[in-house]
Design a protein around this ligand. Structure first.
Ligand SMILES: Cc1cc2nc3c(=O)[nH]c(=O)nc-3n(C[C@H](O)[C@H](O)[C@H](O)COP(=O)(O)OP(=O)(O)OC[C@H]3O[C@@H](n4cnc5c(N)ncnc54)[C@H](O)[C@@H]3O)c2cc1C
Length: 404
């Protein structure tokens, strides 16, 4: 157990600076181009892999940090650079987290490195939970996994929606219903290895923001994966299903839910990076821009906006650091992970809108980055649990009641 401290270690300060330099020198200058192109930024991800920012070593390093702060600190800098490219670099981590959270040590060793590949041959991972008719309500997944005893294979059928890296990933982690009657307790996670027949990309979505990140449907048509691709193994799944059938309500967490809970402070840190970028830009602009004979910051109406922006940004960072520390040191008691993601994402939407207001007409044009930051911020109130779902999780945690 490590003490909670607001002082970052020497190592963490170095990582923060290293990621910031990459964000400033490589990501920021490329952000506008990739946003306009709406394409996956392969050259930038490759460059990130060359320096070790995209890859298994970086992830292991961050996960090995007992304070829990290394990951949110690095992510804040990455997303300060650009959220679309940031997602392209971070997207595989969700698949890696799904494997780590549900797999055996052998499965983690086999599949997590394949979500990243090597510096010379970059690979991607995708975590496939959401479906056209099941986003927030992950207990209602229709994708089915049926065991074929004769061949020791699982057969997957269904359609996944809004999947980051969907269809272009090498490793797809798919959450599917084994026993639909048991809802969330009847689900399991499967690795679909690279090149497996029957998995294809459906429509690629045209999005409001994070447009450099690839988001698409994933279609599973009689996809056969070997028995060893069931994360956690068959024995564990059979025992879990038997328990769920016996008890009716075992209260056991769904696999998808536990992945999301563990990654929430990291998602909060993404939103935080965008908010800080917009705040810094707006502060500089307000000191430069003159109206009525003086810099616009000399008006309280503008200066107070900036004062409120930084106060909310710092409050978000404190919630994120607390949640990240708790996740490694004792665990959440009041859904602190959800609180951090909820607060930071709402703050990012608000701060980026205020930044547009401070830039006036210029802020509304694509010549300035603040309108992109506003578009990018919005996804954070939607994915990995909408703001309403975070409020639900928090209110259930504080009340002990099943608030609907
Ligand atoms: C860019 C992008 C990337 C994504 N990446 C991934 C990914 O990699 N993997 C993946 O599995 N999914 C991914 N998603 C899906 C995302 O997680 C879902 O869109 C999200 O969970 C919301 O689900 P939904 O869209 O079905 O909305 P719905 O669940 O239909 O919600 C619609 C509205 O109703 C509200 N609502 C729903 N239920 C309740 C309730 N009980 N109480 C109060 N309000 C409620 C919601 O808050 C929301 O405002 C991604 C989505 C996007 C847009």
């Amino acid at each position: 157990m490590s003490e909670f401290s607001l002082h970052l270690s020497e190592d963490q300060i170095q990582i923060q600076k290293w990621v910031h330099d990459f964000a400033e020198n490589v990501i920021r200058p490329a952000a506008h181009e990739w946003d306009e192109a709406e394409e996956f930024p392969w050259p930038i991800v490759q460059e990130a892999a060359q320096i070790g920012l995209y890859g298994i070593d970086f992830l292991m390093n961050a996960f090995g940090d007992q304070s829990g702060l290394t990951l949110p600190v690095a992510i804040e800098e990455l997303f300060w650079g650009d959220a679309g490219i940031g997602m392209a670099i971070m997207g595989s981590a969700l698949a890696a987290a799904g494997i780590t959270g549900n797999g055996t040590p052998e499965q983690v060793m086999e599949w997590v490195p394949q979500c990243y590949g090597t510096a010379d041959k970059v690979q991607l991972g995708a975590f496939c939970v959401s479906e056209p008719d099941a986003g927030s309500d992950v207990s209602s997944l229709r994708t089915r996994a049926v065991y074929d005893e004769a061949t020791d294979e699982w057969v997957l059928n269904g359609t996944k929606a809004w999947i980051t890296n969907g269809g272009i990933a090498d490793v797809h982690v798919v959450v599917a219903a084994v026993d639909p009657e048991l809802k969330g307790r009847g689900q399991a996670s499967f690795v679909v290895p690279p090149g497996t027949k029957g998995l294809s990309q459906g429509q690629k979505y045209k999005k409001h923001g994070i447009r450099a990140s690839h988001t698409a449907e994933v279609v599973l048509d009689d996809v056969r994966v070997p028995g060893r691709c069931l994360l956690g193994g068959k024995e564990k799944l059979d025992a879990k299903l038997a328990r769920a059938r016996e008890v009716g309500r075992s209260g056991e967490k769904q696999p998808a839910m536990s992945t999301f809970e563990a990654t929430r402070p990291a998602v909060g840190a993404q939103a935080l990076g965008i908010a800080r970028a917009a705040y810094e830009y707006a502060l500089d602009y307000a000191k430069e821009r003159r109206a009525f004979g003086k810099p616009i910051i000399m008006n309280q109406a503008i200066a107070f906006k900036l004062a409120n922006m930084i106060t909310e940004i710092d409050a978000s960072r404190l919630l994120i650091w607390r949640a990240a520390w708790l996740a490694r040191n004792g665990g959440y008691t009041n859904a602190e992970g959800s609180m951090s993601k909820y607060k930071a994402s709402e703050v990012a939407v608000w701060v980026t809108e205020e930044a547009i207001q401070i830039l006036g007409g210029y802020g509304y044009t694509r010549e300035y980055p603040v309108e992109r930051w506003h578009r990018d911020a919005k996804i954070h109130t939607i994915f990995e649990g909408t703001s309403e779902i975070q409020q639900l999780v928090i209110s259930r945690a504080i009340s002990g009641l099943r608030i609907e």
